[in-house]
Design a protein around this ligand. Structure first.
Ligand code: TYM
Length: 341
C-alpha cells in the first residue's frame, strides 16, 4: 500500500503530569484546533501511560488527566469532530508498544536527547519505561496509521524515530503496512522558552512557577510573570536578525507572534525601537485576552469530572474501533496465532 493511500489522519497527545503550560497551548493544542477544519481525521489523546514513566501520585494523575482533557476542550477541540480519549482505555497502545520494543534498536533509543536531558546523571535510577517511552509513542501514532503529527520542536526526534520503526517493520516483514508519518511543526510558538532562562524550554516540571505561564494562571499571575521575565537592556530591534544572541527577547517576541497569529517580523513592525516597559504590558494583555476565556472554561469543565469521563470513554470506544484492526493485522503479519477473536 503506497503512502498516498493512507487516509490523512492526525494523532497527537499530551502527558498528564503537572499543570498545562502556555508551551502546550502554543506548541500543540492551538494547531490541533485548526486541523479540525482542514482535510484530516483528528485524534487527540491524553497519554496517561506516558505520565507514569516518572512517579505520579494517583490522585494527581487523575486530576492532571482531567486538566489536560479540559484544556483541550476549552481551547476548541470538539469531541463531536475529533476523537478525544485517554490512552490507557485503549489497550492497543500498550500491546503495539511491546511489539515495537522488539523492532526498535537500543542504539536508536540511546540517541534520544529527551531521555538524556531528563535522566541527567541519574540514568541508572530512571524507570525502564522512561527509556522505552519513544517506542510507546510510535505505537500511539502507528496504531491509527496516523500520517501527520502536530507537535512542538521537542518532539521532532520522537516522530523521526516513529518513521524509523515503521520503516524497519515494513522492511523486515516485506510489507508496506505502516505509513511514514510527518511531523507538523510550523510557525512561532513551536519552542516556547522558560521566562527566566531563554536557553531552556518552558516545561510543566521546571523548578519555579515564575518560569512558566500555566493555562490556569489568572490575569494577575500572567502580568507579574511577564513583568519579571528576564530580558536585556536593549530596546526591541526592527527585524528578527537583531534578536540573535538575545534568547529571552526573542522568546517574548515569538510568544506575542504565536498568540496574535502573526509573524515575529510583524511584531517588530509594531514594536521595533520600543523598550520593555511598553512591550511587556502589551504582551501580558494579549496573553490574558487569549487565555482567560480558556482558563474560565477549563475550570468549569474540571468541576464536572463525570462529564469529562463520559467524553473520554466515548472517545476511547471510537479510537479502539480504528486501532484494534490495525493491531490485529500487525499480529497476523508477525505470525502470531490469534484464534480467539
Ligand atoms: P508533552 O506532554 O511534554 O507536551 C505536549 C505537547 O506540547 C508541546 N510542548 C511545547 N511546545 C512548544 N514549546 C514548549 N515549551 C512546549 N512544551 C511542550 C510538545 O511538543 C507536545 O506537542 N511525548 C509527548 C506526548 C506524546 C505524543 C504521542 C505526542 C505521547 N505520544 C504521540 C504526539 C504523538 C510529550 O511528552 O509531550
Amino acid at each position: 500500500m503506497p503512502d498516498s493511500q493512507f487516509t490523512k489522519r492526525v494523532f497527537s497527545g499530551i502527558k498528564p503530569s503537572g499543570g498545562m503550560t502556555m508551551g502546550n497551548y502554543l506548541g500543540a493544542i492551538k494547531r490541533w484546533v485548526q486541523m479540525q477544519d482542514e482535510e484530516y481525521e483528528t485524534i487527540y489523546c491524553v497519554v496517561d501511560l506516558h505520565a507514569i514513566t516518572v512517579w505520579q501520585d494517583p490522585a494527581d494523575l487523575k486530576r492532571s488527566t482531567h486538566e489536560v482533557a479540559a484544556a483541550m476542550i476549552a481551547s476548541g477541540i470538539d469531541p463531536a469532530r475529533s476523537i478525544l480519549f485517554n490512552q490507557s482505555q485503549v489497550p492497543a497502545h500498550a500491546e503495539l508498544g511491546w511489539l515495537f520494543n522488539c523492532v526498535a534498536r537500543l542504539g536508536w533509543m540511546n540517541r534520544m536527547t529527551q531521555f538524556k536531558e531528563k535522566a541527567g546523571k541519574n540514568a541508572e535510577k530512571q524507570s525502564l519505561g522512561l527509556y522505552a517511552y519513544p517506542s510507546l509513542m510510535a505505537a500511539d501514532i502507528l496504531a491509527y496509521h496516523a500520517t501527520h503529527v502536530p507537535v512542538g520542536e521537542d518532539q521532532k526526534q520522537h516522530v523521526e524515530l516513529t518513521r524509523d520503526i515503521a520503516a524497519k517493520f515494513n522492511h523486515d516483514y516485506g510489507v508496506e503496512f505502516f505509513p511514514m508519518t510527518e511531523p507538523v511543526i510550523e510557525g512561532p510558538g513551536m519552542r516556547v522558552m522558560n521566562l527566566r532562562d531563554g536557553t531552556k524550554k518552558m516545561s510543566k516540571s521546571g523548578e519555579s512557577d515564575m518560569e512558566r505561564i500555566n493555562m490556569l494562571d489568572d490575569a494577575d499571575a500572567i502580568s507579574k510573570k511577564f513583568k519579571k521575565a528576564r530580558t536585556d537592556p536593549e530596546p526591541l530591534p526592527e527585524v528578527m536578525d537583531g534578536l540573535k544572541n538575545r534568547p529571552e527577547a526573542k522568546n517574548l517576541v515569538e510568544i506575542y507572534a504565536a498568540l496574535a497569529g502573526i509573524t515575529p517580523d510583524s511584531v517588530l513592525n509594531l514594536y521595533g525601537g520600543e523598550g520593555w516597559g511598553k512591550f511587556k504590558p502589551a504582551l501580558a494583555d494579549l496573553a490574558v485576552e487569549k487565555l482567560a476565556p480558556i482558563s474560565g472554561e477549563m475550570t468549569r469543565l474540571m468541576d464536572a469530572p463525570d462529564e469529562l469521563d463520559r467524553i473520554l470513554a466515548a472517545g476511547a470506544d471510537k479510537a479502539a474501533e480504528i486501532a484494534e484492526p490495525i493491531l490485529e493485522r500487525t499480529f497476523e503479519i508477525m505470525g502470531f496465532v490469534r484464534g480467539r477473536r
